[in-house]
Design a protein around this ligand. Structure first.
Ligand SMILES: *[C@@H]1O[C@H](CO)[C@@H](O)[C@H](O)[C@H]1NC(C)=O
Ligand SMILES: *[C@@H]1O[C@H](CO)[C@@H](O)[C@H](O)[C@H]1NC(C)=O
Ligand SMILES: *[C@@H]1O[C@H](CO)[C@@H](O)[C@H](O)[C@H]1NC(C)=O
Ligand SMILES: *[C@@H]1O[C@H](CO)[C@@H](O)[C@H](O)[C@H]1NC(C)=O
Ligand SMILES: *[C@@H]1O[C@H](CO)[C@@H](O)[C@H](O)[C@H]1NC(C)=O
Length: 498
């Protein structure tokens, strides 16, 4: 008996190190948790601190600084986010702290393998010249960096390469070629299948053709690696409180994609004109009319000159919540999370059509399904792997308290902001312990009655700071323990089986 107890104790200690999210898999129209089989719907935020131009400037990438990741993971956990999208990652940097922190709070990561730099992405004006061995080696190196994290949800092989009918002529076969090469690389070198897909521009005239071209099955065998595993759509069509399901065109999206055999989600959304945003689209996007879609990602977490931010961050690590953060939280809180988790057996039984020119409706969009062969040397690179590529892995998350200053929308400094370890995907309302000025708690309470008052609801609530902070600290500690204990049961069983 004693030895059993010590084995259990050992298993618990081990579990504290390796507790991790279950990988997500694709089942035709839906993402699902590979262990529980619950449907997984993206409640996401686009995350590119430093902005679009940060790549290669020496300021790192969004997943390379544990101090800022801890701050942002805590704020996103409170908000209810379960996925971030990271553009422009640098595969030579160490991402272990950041990805482990996001994993520990129940947040998955979508990675863009490209960077907006010549040679590190497909040039839409001349795809054949940019589809090179060195380009492919770069994106395989990105796969190496993120392949071993359980919370890597997927890789975007391309973003907005097609942006009109003209660019829909030469580019589609190259997008499929890049997807094929990434998927073959993953099959040869990753510990599991990781989905690979595309993020489409908000251009109505090519949207349906792009999806139809990328989702079809291009051979009669099972080995059609060039097909997309998911389809992201950047959409800014729902603007302000006067829009609606039909005015925004969301109803058309649902009709167009009703038979999709790959998950479709909004890889960017959140029109910011008029401002401030009210995020009325959230309840529709996650409501019963739109279950065909797998959610979306709000553009974007950090404020910059394009004025889409939820949070203003500074070089010294200080962060200031903006009104949109509170408003979005109020809308997220209305999501019926149990609706999202239920799978639709019709949707997960749909089979993709065979690729065929009849699937394409615009004159001028490619109907060529002959996918270019990989450039010289790439077959060998896929076989042997990129030499000396750094490979990330989950590490133990030891720091849980946010050390930098974070200010609520009313100007009060948050105290007791910390992350809470969990072992399942985060969801809205699950964690509210760190926003202890009370600003957001009261905003949320009033949100279902009147969303326009959410930021106003935040003012005047700083008085609760002290009490809430100490209540917080203890409940946080409790949940932290519970999260690890829950995980220990699973891991313990695994250890016994060994
Ligand atoms: C796939 O099968 C269909 C129906 O059997 C056939 O018409 C088509 O030519 C086949 N395509 C390929 C690429 O083999
Ligand atoms: C979806 O598939 C069904 C059954 O195959 C078909 O009747 C329907 O027309 C399709 N809808 C669209 C929008 O393609
Ligand atoms: C960080 O920088 C911001 C903006 O310059 C400033 O307002 C704030 O006081 C600084 N915080 C600390 C802790 O130095
Ligand atoms: C990480 O970010 C913090 C806060 O912005 C900054 O003070 C620190 O220097 C950064 N660390 C590295 C290694 O860049
Ligand atoms: C289930 O999926 C099918 C195919 O997409 C769709 O026609 C049907 O409306 C869905 N059912 C529900 C309850 O959403």
């Amino acid at each position: 008996m004693l030895s059993l107890i010590s084995i259990l104790g050992f298993a618990c200690a081990l579990a504290a190190r390796v507790a991790a999210l279950n990988p997500v898999v694709v089942h035709e129209q839906e993402f699902s948790d590979s262990v529980t089989n619950d449907r997984f719907v993206i409640i996401g935020i686009d995350y590119q601190p430093g902005g679009q131009g940060a790549y290669g400037t020496g300021s790192g990438d969004p997943l390379s600084n544990g101090t800022t990741c801890l701050r942002d993971a805590a704020l996103m956990q409170q908000l209810g986010v379960n996925t971030i999208r990271c553009y422009n990652v640098d595969p030579s940097l160490d991402h272990n702290d950041c990805v482990s922190i996001f994993d520990s709070v129940g947040i998955y990561i979508l990675i863009d393998v490209n960077a907006p730099v010549p040679g590190l992405s497909i040039d839409r004006s001349n795809p054949s010249s940019s589809y090179t061995t060195s380009y492919l080696q770069h994106i395989f190196t990105v796969v190496e960096a993120f392949k071993s994290f359980p919370n890597t949800l997927g890789f975007f092989a391309g973003n907005e390469i097609i942006n009109d009918v003209a660019t829909g002529q030469a580019n589609p076969p190259y997008i499929r070629a890049v997807q094929r090469d990434l998927k073959n690389y993953i099959a040869a070198h990753a510990p599991r299948t990781i989905p690979v897909g595309y993020s489409a521009a908000d251009v109505q005239e090519v949207l349906q053709d792009t999806w139809a071209y990328l989702q079809c099955k291009n051979s009669n065998g099972t080995n059609d690696a060039s097909r997309s595993d998911f389809f992201g759509l950047n959409s800014y069509s729902w603007c302000g409180s006067h829009s609606s399901y039909t005015i925004s065109g969301y109803s058309t999206l649902v009709e167009t994609f009703s038979n999709t055999t790959i998950p479709i989600f909004l890889s960017e959304y959140g029109c910011n004109d008029p401002a401030p945003r009210v995020f009325d689209e959230v309840t529709t996007l996650y409501g019963p009319q739109m279950t065909t879609l797998s959610g979306g990602l709000v553009y974007q977490y950090t404020q910059d000159s394009s004025n889409y931010g939820l949070v203003q961050t500074y070089g010294n690590g200080t962060a200031q919540l903006l009104g949109d953060y509170d408003t979005l939280m109020g809308q997220y809180d209305k999501i019926d999370v149990s609706l999202l988790a239920s799978s639709n057996s019709t949707a997960t039984s749909l089979q993709p059509p065979q690729c065929n020119a009849d699937l394409i409706s615009s004159d001028g969009f490619s109907t060529d399904f002959n996918i270019p062969n990989p450039p010289n040397g790439v077959d060998q690179l896929i076989k042997s792997g990129v030499p000396n590529a750094p490979t990330g892995s989950i590490v133990s998350v030891t720091r849980t308290s946010v050390q930098v200053a974070v200010y609520a929308t009313n100007g009060a400094r948050l105290s007791g902001l910390e992350i809470q370890a969990v072992s399942t995907a985060n969801s809205p309302g699950q964690s509210r312990s760190g926003l202890s000025t009370g600003a957001v708690a009261s905003a949320t309470a009033s949100s279902s009655a009147d969303t326009s008052s959410t930021s106003a609801g935040g003012s005047g609530s700083a008085s609760s700071t002290g009490a809430a902070a100490s209540a917080k600290a203890s409940s946080g500690a409790y949940r932290f323990g519970a999260g690890f204990a829950g995980a220990a049961v699973v891991i313990g069983a695994g250890a016994f089986a060994l």
